[in-house]
Design a protein around this ligand. Sequence first.
Ligand code: HEM
Length: 492
Amino acid sequence: QISGLSLQSFLVFCVAFIFACFLLKRRGNLPPYPAGRVPVLGHLLALGRAPHLKLTAWRRQYGDVFTVRMGMEDVVVLNGYTVVKDALVTRSDLFASRPPNHLFDAMVDCGKDISAGRWGTSFKQRKRFATTVLKTLGMKIGAGSMEEKTQEEASSLRNRIAEYNEEPFDITHDVTAAVANVICSLVMGTRYDCRDETFRKLSEAVAKTVAENGAGQIISVFPLLRFVPIVNRAGINALEEVSKVQKVLREEISRHRENLDRKNPRDFFDFCLLEVEKQEKVEGLTEEHVLYIAQDVFFAGIDTTSNTLLWGLLYMALNYDIQNKVQQELDAIVGESLLTLSHRSQLPYVNACLLEVMRIRTIIPFALPHTTTETVKVREYDIPKGTQVLPNLYSLHMDPVYWPDPDRFDPERFLDAEGNVINKPESFMPFGGGRRTCLAEQLARMELFLFFSTLLQSFTFRTPEGAPPPNTDGVFGLTLPPHPFKLCAIPR
Ligand code: HEM
């Protein structure tokens, strides 16, 4: 007996106290959990099939900052413009790392790429270098420029669409192939015929990797499940598919190494290989890095741009008046001549439409997961170093304070009283911002403009007569693509 307490009760009390201290220490002063957390799974069930809708709804209930439990891990969700901009832009360095992720790490040898790269000198050098190369390639004008290559793809996409002869068709494959070809030209200086065997294998492997990745993420939430092949089937498939992409990229790297013209680098691989030669003695960029960065460009650059375009065409078909206005502006400024980037500044309504597409269906609703690099205070909470943080970009784009009636598709939101596009609108960050901002915003904007405008210059898009209205919810995965849909393209 210790002053009236049995030894047994005392021991139970001690164990409970130590456990509580452990939990408190682990949690720090983290933001609150929403309701619906269950043992082992945490909030996974409560998040359902559309986590972007759930987390944005929770914002209304729990405020701008809360914690969700993903299996065994606490993840802090940041919502709304003030908090997200503060984290991504104003205090960017403090939120600039990426969390470990079993599947992604297996694909890029633990962050040797850019998108999964952990914050540090080596990552900063890689990102700075890749940004400069994309800028250099993007600035090239005239023959061989990215503008010219995208124009070529837009015009061959237009020809393929014309072959459907106004019949209902699923445009996904053709759009994805066109965007993939822009990336092939950028990275390896080659465009492929759509029927080419290598191109077919490459595009298929990219698409399958993205598709399997969603389900494969189960092993990142419950790492031990990676030892259970039946549960980890999607993860295993994703790794098999990614190795096919790597095979093509490795072959291209060798081909480039053999034919390297040191005075006249033509594409992304040429610039990278020259840098590898320069850095050989300082343990800088290696061919392995080059492989994984190129892989990033394929995965981040095809799915995002092609799905944004698909949303754009779908919203045009569903909003006939708006499509009409786009075409009137194109007719007045471009007519039947070849559309070029120099037309962009004269086409405010077209630009506003594209911005509205990126707002209403945020293609990467939570950006990519971030991790804190230091213990950091957000509002009244202390978020420990190494905590996973999700910036809910969807919540910015659906905030009724900035975007009244946010579910309505309305390009006018992005125009000022004089009809000019609003420069840097608030609560709008489709490409993220700060240290981990998208690597290729300029390239993506150029592609969206040239593809979208060329197609609307040539066709009017309609939903097939008598068909049920397409579902515009989107399918939540690594990105938010539309559900499969069919359109008719009527030549103008
Ligand atoms: C990262 C959006 C196209 C390459 C990101 C992020 C977003 C984004 C939201 C995450 C930012 C963050 O984690 O805070 C988009 C959109 C696109 C697009 C909306 C098109 C409509 C592209 C293209 C490429 C690309 C065409 C490559 C050619 C990357 C890379 C990252 C990234 C490598 C990782 C950056 C890092 O971790 O530092 N993008 N992206 N993206 N994007 Fe894009």
